[in-house]
Ligand binder design. Sequence first.
Ligand code: IPM
Ligand code: MG
Length: 360
Amino acid sequence: MTKIAILPGDGIGPEIVAEAVKVLDCLRDEYGFAAELESAPVGGAGYDAAGQPLPDATLTLCREADAVLLGAVGGPQYDALPRELRPERGLLGLRSALQLFSNLRPAVLYPQLAGASSLKPEIVAGLDLMIVRELTGGIYFGQPRGIRERENGEREGYNTLVYAEHEIERIARSAFDVAMKRNKRLCSVDKANVLEVSELWREVMIRVSADYPEVELTHMYVDNASMQLVKWPKQFDVMVTKNMFGDILSDTAAMLTGSIGMLPSASLDASGKGMYEPIHGSAPDIAGQNRANPLATILSVAMMLRYSLGRPDLAERIELAVSAVLDQGLRTDDIADGGSSVSTADMGDAVVQALRNQEH
Ligand code: IPM
Ligand code: MG
């Protein structure tokens, strides 16, 4: 039977994951999709339960599972911990241990929420772009790294931005594959005017493009890309970039939609196994208040069904159900735009109801 590891994590994580689990339960009851769900702590919750942000038992569960659903990690109560015990380490450890090198971060503007963007409607209407972020290499993981003392006693911090050819090649192929399923346009974002590692990145992108003659490959420097994203985001379809550039650009792209609470993500290994999570964080300020938006987590389940579990039909059903509740005018606080709002649990229940109502 399909096994899904459920990692609620910290902050609003447990609340939003509970709604996604309701959706999975509904798929079982109404659509015969049977999956075994097993929960485990990660992040601050992992530290509280086992003294580690990524407890061994959690990692073992994730290795055994066919897919992982994660809520969010982090909270102010963990900020003073040493770096290796911080909640973020749990997330980075999972990415690295499971070799989840390809991070897909869609930014889609729901027409029902067009007013939520801080940009003019004509700039963002119909926006649908995908950022493919390299997730297990680059400056996030490069060695050596640390803080050391110079001869004169002054301290210096240092990190290493390094990519081996095979790492660039596999993220390139992943991005070209995504582009093939979309509009066959791929923009590779780098800093090849300054960095040698970007020079190699660009060279490998061009080499791999020979295997994808239908895809139009373009290149853009990262500073320009950040500007173009807010100037005319619809020029992009799929973007591929290094770990840290992708971290930054994907936050910008998410905000173009005005509703970071709506956006899911997938982190995939070479065989398509993946970890799925909303791209917003743990939002400690509203944790436990039943106010968070569960839709990004629910849409993460849809991505899981599409990319790891071979059920695009069910993914589509979830996406239709989410669209239906937006059509009904249901809004959580983050997307209410000053209007009335519903709770986390009510939003989850509405999606389940919409799923039940679909013809089947
Ligand atoms: C993200 C987050 C993480 C990252 C943090 C929490 C380590 O910002 O997933 O984008 O920097 O990758
Ligand atoms: Mg980030």
